[in-house]
Design a protein around this ligand. Structure first.
Ligand code: HEC
Length: 157
């Protein structure tokens, strides 16, 4: 092996190690200090939509918990569904009651999947359940971040 192929090999190993670090799927609580507290009763829809502080907090929570499967910056690497598609249709609608009810449906679906996870036909979790680690504030900050990324990217074009 010459020096060039050795350095390519080292680079490949470093990249593989980095990818492995993001492959950590242990649920981590999200510090939502600074967001309006929401109490124990679940709201039917995301109260933080468009709140820039919630976007920032959700981004950190996303990178710690979801990026390993759904991709860094919510750009799907193909392992798990592309989350930027969830809200794309709703966010493309013009402002009004129809758009709000579309987003409310997706909020409800998102909340359910994140709290309870997903299982395959054998009952094995393909996505972990986060009900024991996430507060309501944490779940809605994640949703706010994903909406913001959808608007920023082709998902809402
Ligand atoms: C261990 C990998 C893994 C992790 C970690 C993970 N997911 Fe998932 N997620 C999946 C898989 C796989 C599916 C598809 C499962 C299925 O449909 O059976 C999925 C599905 C979803 C869906 C439904 C998507 C759709 O199009 O219907 C949402 C929403 C979701 N995940 C959000 C999240 C969020 C938010 C996080 C972080 C808090 C997260 N996931 C962490 C693997 C993961």
């Amino acid at each position: 092996m010459n020096a060039r192929s050795a350095s390519i090999l080292i680079l490949a190993l470093v990249l593989a190690a980095g990818a492995h670090a993001h492959g950590d799927v242990t649920p981590h609580p999200i510090d939502t200090t600074g967001l309006k507290p929401l109490g124990a009763d679940w709201l039917p829809t995301n109260p933080y939509r468009g709140d820039t502080k919630a976007v920032a907090i959700g981004a950190v929570g996303y990178e710690h918990n979801c990026a390993g499967c759904h991709g860094l910056d919510a750009l799907s690497g193909g392992v798990a569904p592309d989350l930027l598609k969830l809200d794309g249709d709703c966010l493309r609608m013009s402002a009004g009651a129809k758009r709000e009810s579309c987003l409310a449906d997706v909020d409800d679906y998102f909340k359910g999947v994140v709290l309870h996870g997903k299982r395959n036909s054998e009952g094995r979790y393909t996505m972990p359940a986060y009900a024991s680690v996430f507060t309501q504030e944490a779940v809605w900050s994640l949703k706010t971040y994903i909406d913001a990324r959808t608007l920023e990217t082709a998902g809402a074009k």
